[in-house]
Ligand binder design. Structure first.
Ligand SMILES: Cc1ncc(COP(=O)(O)O)c(C=O)c1O
Length: 472
């Protein structure tokens, strides 16, 4: 793998470009999750150059590289201004998961003797991950079956003396709806508990949608009782990956997110984030994206995003057998099928036509669906997207639902996956026609249908196996 002699950059870049030919495209709006495109290449180009300029700066030691302190203050300051509390203290992190991890740690460390996180079932799994890593527990509460917003009475019931933190999402990713933040934060405050708003996907989106005319409920640090909020710049900030901001109501709570160690004979450790050595590239990229777009640029993207979302939602309403789940506040749209149209089959067909629609499994009474994150670039292709969805829905209707091999879910659920090796697991998948090691795209409809038929803990065990087999 490691060449004996160094290779020229041109050859390396050619190899990367050949490898990337098999990837989903990151620009152009045909991939409706994971990537965020402004449709303005010059903005992304500025970000790339700033990223490269900062790439070798190590954020491990702010005294060594004051440039990164100056940039972080600007980026955090811009987020605090946008999110209801100018001057609020914050931390620039590598992404939503790290912001959430630090928010949960700060709550834990300021509330000794607690250790539980109360969260709606629609909250991002990053909270389960944080609780898992931090030795805490999660207490999931239901959402309303029609609106998919967190049930306030259920949150009230779940809070007790062991609660370290209450969570609301703005919006929750699965259906794009904003939880009742005012009620939940007020409730938390009345019980003396901190409240984190997960605005990872909405923090840099909802304010622009509101300014563009959408009815967005209050959700930010201006809401009484909200003690911290996460906002990812690598989502609707359109920054390169590795960029999120976590804001706190006050500096005391932020200090509880920090970590210092002098318990060794080496250099002094003072970390604001989970990572210790880390590149300032993402910070440079995020800063440049904000500066390159400015308020005007983001508002225009917000307008386009809002119009595309409205057209998409109206268009889906006109396709027989499909429906949008709930009424999304943000530009995240979940499309459910019907007995005649299996959304997993629809997704495979759309993929064949060059579009990626993200499958979401059924959970907590919410049906399986396809997720579309509408971004600034979507508007230009929204009619084409609707045509593809309508055509793929027609094909899915003709094909019928993906067949789950008889008895397979029961068989998988009955196996102790810890006792078999990766070879056996791959063989089991192959025996029902799922080639995990083959080149190219497996028939995901079958994979998703099988996963959908399993209880969540078994899904998790299978997913871990899947990853292990994939990396060989
Ligand atoms: C609401 C919400 N919170 C947290 C996250 C996690 O963010 P990341 O993937 O940057 O860790 C996401 C990702 O989509 C999200 O939508």
């Amino acid at each position: 793998m490691l060449p004996e002699h160094g290779r020229p950059a041109s050859e390396l870049l050619a190899e990367l470009s050949a490898l990337r030919a098999g990837d989903l495209p990151v620009r152009g709006g045909r991939v409706t999750a994971y990537v965020y495109d402004t449709g303005r290449p010059e903005v992304h180009d500025a970000a790339h150059r700033a990223y490269a300029e900062m790439i070798e700066v190590n954020m491990l030691d702010p005294t060594a590289f004051p440039s990164m302190v100056a940039l972080e203050k600007q980026v955090v300051g811009a987020a605090a201004e946008l999110l209801g509390r100018p001057g609020a203290p914050g931390i620039f992190t590598s992404g939503g998961t790290e912001s959430i991890m630090l928010a949960v740690k700060a709550a834990r460390d300021t509330r000794p003797g607690t250790g539980r996180v109360v969260l709606p079932v629609t909250a991002h799994p990053a909270f389960h991950k944080a609780a898992h890593y931090l030795g805490m527990e999660t207490v999931p509460v239901p959402v309303d079956a029609g609106t998919f917003r967190a049930s306030v009475p259920a949150v009230a019931e779940a809070i007790d003396e062991r609660t370290a933190l209450v969570v609301a999402s703005a919006p929750a990713y699965p259906q794009g709806v904003v939880d009742p933040v005012t009620e939940i934060a007020g409730l938390a405050a009345s019980r003396g508990v901190p409240c984190h708003v997960d605005a990872c996907v909405g923090g840099w989106l909802l304010p622009w949608l509101r300014e563009a005319g959408a009815a967005i409920p209050p959700f930010d640090l201006g809401v009484p009782g909200v003690t911290s909020i996460s906002c990812d710049l690598h989502k609707f900030g359109y920054a390169p990956k590795g960029a999120s901001v976590l804001l706190f109501r006050d500096a005391e709570l932020r200090r509880a997110a920090y970590f210092a160690s002098a318990a060794w004979p080496g250099y002094t450790i003072i970390n604001a984030t989970v990572q210790s050595s880390r590149s300032a590239g993402p910070l440079g990229g995020a800063w440049a994206t904000l500066q390159s777009l400015g308020r005007e640029g983001y508002l225009e993207l917000g307008r386009r995003t809002l119009e595309a979302t409205r057209r998409l939602v109206a268009g889906i309403g006109g396709i027989p057998g499909l429906r949008v789940l709930g009424e999304p506040d943000a530009s995240l749209v979940a499309i459910a099928g019907s007995p005649e149209i299996d959304v997993f089959v629809l997704a495979d067909e759309a993929r064949r036509l060059g579009w990626f629609l993200q499958p979401q499994l059924s959970y907590a009474g919410i049906p399986a669906n396809l997720h579309i994150t509408v971004t600034g670039v979507t508007l230009a292709g929204v009619d084409a997207m609707l045509e593809v969805i309508a055509s793929a829905a027609g094909t899915a209707r003709l094909r019928g639902p993906a067949a789950v091999p008889e008895g397979l879910p029961e068989l998988i659920a009955s196996i102790d996956l810890d006792t078999i090796d990766d070879e056996t697991f791959a063989g089991l998948a192959a025996s029902v026609g799922i080639d995990l090691r083959g080149a190219g795209q497996p028939a995901m409809a079958t994979v998703n249908a099988v996963l959908d038929a399993l209880p969540a803990p078994v899904r998790e065990a299978v997913l871990v196996r899947f990853l292990s087999v994939m990396y060989g």
